[in-house]
Design a protein around this ligand. Structure first.
Ligand SMILES: [Zn+2]
Length: 287
């Protein structure tokens, strides 16, 4: 889901909820800034403190929107297989995921999502409390930086809304993990589109505000593949522009919150820490 500005991705919530989320986000940023690891931006070799273990199995309710011919377009086996992959990916913070139910809907007017009204209506009809709601759709044009779906930023904190939407054509572990990243409060590594400096000196105030994810200049509204790394299956990052200090960008194309989806590999340590933290402070603990 888009993350510019920060809370553009937060939709259909009251002003009170927005205030709570802003405070939450600020608190989490302050905690990250206090972390001495912050001073070592863009270091992957430093000895790290252990990550929190939330020891939680999340139940996922899968909502499949059928196409106009009534076809589901995705098998239960595919869904289960891809969800299983999440368990390995999220094991550093002891988070697990399992499908608790699956429903198929003939409402093919929801198979292609291009406006927020559709999301509001879908959640009004189908949202189930205490679980993670995963809608499987045909396509979405709401968030151009997220071709394969979208997930509500900090959705974990909402008891009555806050879902994840994934396109059938790219229903894969890493894509679902990206949207779960948003759900647990992560921003794109390219937030700010290059405002974060390569040397990491402003990593607490620019970009995704996470210092172990290198500056990433990608701008979905300006940069076109294959000029950039996005869309390149060889994961080569090609980008001629430099940051404000004249340094060339070296984004982590393997980071799951980047735009380089062919190269997705995993989350950074501080991303894990922030996701665990958001779950820990959420009043809605889910089943
Ligand atoms: Zn995204």
């Amino acid at each position: 889901m888009q993350a510019q500005p920060f809370f553009k991705s937060i939709i259909m919530n009251s002003s009170n909820q927005q205030s709570i989320l802003r405070v939450t986000f600020l608190i989490s940023m302050i905690i990250l800034m206090w972390n001495p690891l912050q001073a070592q931006a863009v270091s992957y070799t430093t000895k790290e403190e252990s990550l929190p273990c939330i020891d939680k199995e999340f139940s996922i309710f899968v909502h499949v929107i059928r196409d106009s011919l009534g076809n589901s377009g995705i098998s239960v086996e595919t869904i289960e297989e891809q969800l299983e992959g999440l368990n390995a990916l999220f094991s550093p913070i002891c988070a697990r995921f399992s499908m608790c139910n699956i429903e198929y809907y003939p409402t093919y007017q929801f198979k292609d999502i291009w406006k927020k009204d559709q999301v509001v209506e879908m959640e009004k009809r189908y949202f189930v409390r205490n679980v993670i709601n995963l809608f499987v759709i045909e396509s979405q044009q709401l968030y151009p930086g997220d071709q394969c779906g979208f997930g509500r930023h900090l959705g974990v904190m909402y008891p009555d809304s806050g879902s994840i939407f994934i396109q059938k054509s790219c229903f894969q572990t890493n894509i679902i993990a990206h949207q779960l990243g948003h759900y647990f409060g992560l921003l794109h590594t390219w937030t700010g589109s290059g405002a974060e400096l390569v040397d990491g000196s402003n990593c607490t105030t620019a970009g995704d505000f996470i210092c172990d994810t290198p500056a990433d200049p990608y701008d979905p509204f300006v940069d076109e593949p294959p000029f950039l790394g996005m869309g390149r299956e060889d994961c080569l990052f090609i980008y001629p522009a430099t940051d404000a200090n004249g340094e060339y960008y070296r984004p982590d194309v393997g980071n799951i919150m980047s735009a380089y989806q062919y190269c997705y590999c995993g989350f950074s340590r501080q991303q894990f820490a922030l996701m665990a933290f958001h779950y820990q402070i959420s009043l809605d603990k889910k089943w």
